[in-house]
Design a protein around this ligand. Sequence first.
Ligand code: UDP
Length: 336
Amino acid sequence: MRGDGMEATDRMTVLVTGGAGYIGSHAVLALRDAGRPAVVIDNLVTGFRWAVPEDVPFVEGNVADMDLVGRIIAEHDIGAIMHFAGSVVVPESVVDPLKYYRNNTAASRALIEAAVAGGVRHFIFSSTAATYGIPEAIPVTEDAPQRPINPYGMSKLMTEAMLADVAAAHPLNYCALRYFNVAGADPQGRSGQSTAGATHLIKIAAEAACGKRGHVAIFGTDYATPDGTGVRDYIHVSDLAEAHLRALDTLMAEPTRSHRLNCGYGRGFSVREVLDAVDRLTNRTIERRLEPRRAGDPDALVADNRAAIATLGWTPRRDDLDTIVRDALAWERGLK
Ligand code: UDP
C-alpha cells in the first residue's frame, strides 16, 4: 500500500457510455494513455466500433438497459461512470423532442439507477452550454441562470437535476461538465468527428476545405459581435477528454462533493474568424454564402472557465484555434 490513495485511483475501472462516439472515444484514449482501466458501452447508432481500441472491453448495448448495465458494473467492478451516450443535434431536438427526453433524460435516469444499485461512487456527466440558453452576460459563469431554449438543452438540464438529487440521497458524487463548442481531433490521428450529416461549424468548414462540400453558409451577419457573425468558445476535444480524467480524480479525492463546471477556453471566435483560420491553414478560400440567422442561436457564447481550472487542476494544452482547425483538417483528410 502506498497509503496515498493513488493505488485505488489507478485501478478503478471506469464505464464509458458512448465511448465509440466523438467525445467519448477521445476520453477512452485519454484513460488508456493514462493506464487507467475502462469498459465501453455503446449502441453504435452514431458511434463506430473502430473508434474503441481493441484492448478496451466493449459492450454493444443501450445505457437504458438496466440489467445489462448492472451486469457490466458487477463483472468489471465499476467504480465510476463517464456518461457520454446521448443525442446531440439541437435542431433535431426541436422537431423530435421525445427522442431527446428518451435518449438523454430517460436513458440517463435508468443508467443512474443502475449506478446507485451497483454501488458506483462517481459519475461524470456530459452536460452542455445549451443549458444556459441565451446568456445574459459573457463570459458565462456556472451560477448563471439555466434556461434552455431547446429540448436538447432541457434534456441535459433535467439530468443535471436528477444527479443533484441522487447525490444528496445516495453515496455517489458527480461532476457535470458543461461543454462549450467541442472541435478538433486526436492529435495522433486515432479518432475524430466522423458522424455523417455534420452541423457544427469547424467540421463543416473542414469538409468544405477537403472538397466534400462546395460552400459554407454563414448563418447571420447582424449579430451584436465585432464582425456581425456568431461568436463561440471552441475547445479541443483532447483537452476536454483530459478534463474528464481530472474530474474523476477530483470526485475521488473528495467523495462528498459534486461539481458543475464549464469546459471552454474563455475566449470566443466568430464564424468569419474560424473560416479565415481554415483558409490560412489550407492556402485556399472556402466559398462563403451569407444566409439568415439560424433559429435559437445566441450572439455569443463564451465560458468562464476559472472554476474548472481551479477545481480540477485542469490545464488546457491546445488552447489555440489554429491547433483545433489543423487537427480537424488532418482527421477530415483521412476520412473517406
Ligand atoms: N454556423 C454557421 N454555419 C454553419 C454552422 C454553424 O454560420 O454551417 C455558426 C452558428 O450560427 C454559430 C456558430 O457557427 O454562430 C457555431 O455553430 P455550431 O453549429 O458549430 O455550434 P452551436 O454553437 O450551435 O452549438
